[in-house]
Design a binder for this molecule. Structure first.
Ligand code: SF4
Ligand code: SF4
Length: 228
């Protein structure tokens, strides 16, 4: 099967199963000098692409913050569970075509970045960086991917594969979302003072707040206040 048909078949299957977001990033983006995270090549040396899948998180989960932190956290985890089911099915579809496929932990899940590396709090790879290179959006000051339709109200996962899928290109608006210029809503609301207007995050401060002060419930205030 050609790379175009396989990519198209996977895209169709993903949307049929309930994904809101589908993209493909050429794994070579992780070799660029601007990338400072862990590389998927360390996990799968033969990797060609990262296939990105995402679901939008219902607005009600943000509207009820901060009182509804339990509901917000549970809604995020429901997104994670949904993505796992979709990704598992797609991984098996890829392997039926004779390629390797393995599913990346969803960010913030029990195997995601808060837990994967306790020292750096960095994931095995940055799904947001891959999503940017796949053309799914750009980075906000809240250090999250901003999608044109769903803003930062997203949950994502990825599939590492050596399948020769058709990769996308970065979003035309550039790495930093243009709407962040002149807006500091997420920076001002952050209870941990973890965000900066150069788009960086103090991971430790954010994790400390959620895991020490909130006992593991997620915060989400930097998403709630974002107008995008
Ligand atoms: S709240 Fe404002 S600065 Fe923060 S991500 Fe949204 S638009 Fe950008
Ligand atoms: S999740 Fe909360 S603590 Fe973490 S960066 Fe966003 S607002 Fe700050």
């Amino acid at each position: 099967m050609s790379r175009y048909s396989l990519t198209g078949n996977l895209r169709d299957a993903a949307f049929q199963k309930g994904t809101d977001l589908f993209g493909v990033a050429d794994a070579s983006c992780f070799l660029r000098p601007d990338y400072t995270g862990n590389r998927p090549q360390e996990i799968m040396p033969e990797i060609s692409v990262v296939l990105l899948l995402g679901v939008s998180i219902p607005r009600g989960a943000f509207a009820t913050l901060p009182g509804g932190r339990g509901e917000y956290t549970n809604t995020l985890m429901a997104g994670t569970a949904t993505l796992r089911v979709i990704a598992f099915s797609l991984a098996r579809q890829i392997e039926r075509e004779g390629y390797l496929a393995s599913i990346v932990p969803t960010e913030g899940s029990e195997f995601g970045y808060w837990y994967a590396d306790r020292e750096t709090l960095k994931a095995d790879l940055s799904l947001k960086y891959a999503a940017y290179h796949a053309g799914l959006g750009s980075f906000g000051h809240n250090h999250l991917l901003i999608h044109p339709d769903f803003g930062a109200r997203l949950r994502m996962t990825g599939i590492l594969t050596d399948a020769p899928l058709e990769a996308g290109n970065p979003h035309a608006s550039g790495f930093h979302h243009p709407s962040c210029k002149g807006c500091k809503k997420c920076i001002d609301i952050c209870p941990a003072k973890a965000l900066s207007d150069d788009g960086t995050i103090n991971r430790e401060a954010c994790a400390d707040y959620m895991f020490r002060e909130l006992g593991g419930l997620r915060c989400g205030m930097c998403i709630k206040v974002c107008p995008l």
